[in-house]
Design a binder for this molecule. Structure first.
Ligand SMILES: NC(=O)c1ccc[n+]([C@@H]2O[C@H](COP(=O)([O-])OP(=O)(O)OC[C@H]3O[C@@H](n4cnc5c(N)ncnc54)[C@H](O)[C@@H]3O)[C@@H](O)[C@H]2O)c1
Ligand SMILES: [Zn+2]
Length: 460
């Protein structure tokens, strides 16, 4: 009571693309009276019976919804059971003072006397803890919890308790990351650690020979878990190995780069490269959970941090908030939550998830024109964001200040061909993710406009 369920619930539902059900409000409609009145006339027992029917019906709806339960609903054993069986239950935390300040004098039947209210708070607390799958303080927390993403300073040390189940664990890292964080991860995994494996640092990890070696080295059974400790290259290849080994086993990315923490470890896309191009063989394979410890970014070289900042600026532009200005740990949490929500709304990349490609049509064209050498993805995205902002009629100063993009020297025809090949594969006009007044939109733009935006990114 007074935690803010009715305020937060609809926001979380919107972010997850699901319906919102406020059980107390629904009940009042059905009963044709207010809850205080019903309490007055029929008593709490009669109320709990009505509540039970409604709560269980809502929890059994075929389309999953975000449901705000009444504060006392968890007192009913059958509701607790249903929560355990069918729901992902989040406890929206609030302290007794705040809850009383919000509920006292509101006319709610169980919030008339402060000491009774506090006693009730203590009494219910245990039940809340029992049913909760996660504890949250705000909407980002709720979205991250629903996506199984743990963002927390010190998460690496807590790895043992975050990796689900109790089966054996195989740990994979590149020698550099393994050298810095491998020991901490091994200690955290304790007796569950079965084996340790190495992949090459950087993009070289995303190769068929690496996949084949990992397939043969692993000794896990179906109940085992592979933990990928490192940046996006490590998590991409390990996720793909997990998707295919024994037809799919669980995996957990532990992201140690900014790119990994705000992008690669979230959303379940895994892939390796083929000689024909990047990310051409892969699978959608959602991790059992993702572990993000912003403290690991302290050892990240500056140029790697800038790679991640390009995705951070992209995310901030999409969210319409200057997320790039936040201190690192908050910035990571907010960006991770933004991506997690988009991916939960569109887990298999069939629609809305395309917005995450803001600036990327241009970036991919420039990368292809550079032959994937001498131009990093982050620098290409910084340029791509410039083009997207110009075509959206927006100022570009943020990208200029934060990312300092410099035009690249690549062949103009080659870049244009790559862009058209990428975008015209489906025929028709070039469609781009742009920023409209209310957020991202996918829009068709004439070839000439797109071409001149691309040309502006290329040095003479
Ligand atoms: N699956 C997805 O949704 C997705 C999204 C974005 C990017 N990606 C992929 O991610 C890859 C790029 O990943 P990346 O940018 O994280 O880099 P990376 O994984 O290639 O790592 C880059 C370098 O940073 C080092 N490193 C990693 N963490 C460190 C730390 N904490 N301290 C010091 N050094 C550290 C590594 O040893 C490596 O040498 C690309 O292949 C890209 O395709 C995937
Ligand atoms: Zn990107």
């Amino acid at each position: 009571m007074g935690a803010g369920k009715s305020t937060l619930g609809p926001r979380v539902a919107e972010r997850l693309g699901r319906a919102f059900i406020d059980l107390d409000r629904d009940l009042e409609q059905d009963l044709g009276t207010t809850i205080p009145e019903f309490f007055e006339q029929r008593g709490e027992t009669a109320f709990r019976m009505q509540e039970e029917g409604h709560a269980i019906a809502a929890l059994r709806l075929p389309d999953p919804a975000v449901i705000a339960l009444g504060g006392g609903a968890v007192q009913t054993p059958s509701i607790r059971n249903e929560l355990r069986e069918r729901a992902f239950t989040v406890l929206l935390e609030v302290d007794a003072e705040t809850a009383w300040a919000r509920s006292g004098g509101s006319g709610r039947p169980l919030a008339r006397d402060e000491s009774d209210f506090r006693a009730l708070y203590e009494q219910r607390r245990e039940l809340y803890e029992e049913v909760a799958d996660a504890r949250v303080h705000d909407g980002d927390d709720a979205v991250l919890a629903a996506a199984g993403v743990h963002v927390q300073l010190g998460a690496l040390e807590a790895l043992g308790s975050l990796v689900p189940g109790d089966g054996p664990v195989a740990l994979v890292a590149d020698p550099h990351v393994g050298g810095i964080y491998g020991a901490a991860a091994q200690v955290a995994l304790g007796a569950r650690l079965q084996s340790v494996h190495e992949v090459p640092p950087g993009e070289a990890a995303k190769a068929t020979d690496v996949v084949e070696r990992l397939w043969t080295e692993l000794r896990l059974e179906r109940g085992g878990v592979v933990v990928a400790l490192g940046g996006g290259s490590t998590t991409d290849v390990v996720g793909f190995v997990a998707a295919t080994y024994l037809r799919g086993i669980e995996w957990v990315p532990v992201a140690t780069t900014l790119v990994g923490q705000v992008d690669a470890a979230i959303g379940g896309k895994t892939a390796i490269d083929l000689p024909q191009g990047k990310n051409l063989a892969g699978a959608f394979h959602w991790p059992a959970c993702a572990v993000i410890d912003p403290a690991t970014l302290e050892t990240l070289p500056e140029e790697q941090r800038l790679e991640g900042m390009a995705e951070v600026v992209k995310t901030g532009l999409l969210a319409g908030e200057p997320l790039w200005e936040l201190p690192t740990a908050q910035l990571v949490r907010r960006c991770a939550a933004y991506k997690a929500a988009v991916c939960l709304r569109d887990p298999e990349d069939r629609g809305e998830r395309a917005v995450l490609n803001l600036g990327h049509t241009f970036a991919h064209a420039l990368e292809a024109a550079a032959g994937y050498e001498g131009l990093t993805h982050g620098r290409a995205v910084a340029l791509g964001l410039l083009a997207a902002l110009r075509l959206s009629g927006r100022p570009t100063d943020v990208v200029e200040h934060v990312l300092e993009p410099a035009p690249v020297r690549v062949d103009r025809e080659r870049a244009w061909d790559a862009l058209r090949r990428d975008k015209k594969a489906r025929g028709g006009a070039i469609h781009l993710v742009l920023l409209g007044p209310d957020g991202p939109v996918v829009e068709a733009r004439p070839d000439a406009e797109v071409r001149s935006a691309l040309d502006e990114l290329i040095a003479e």
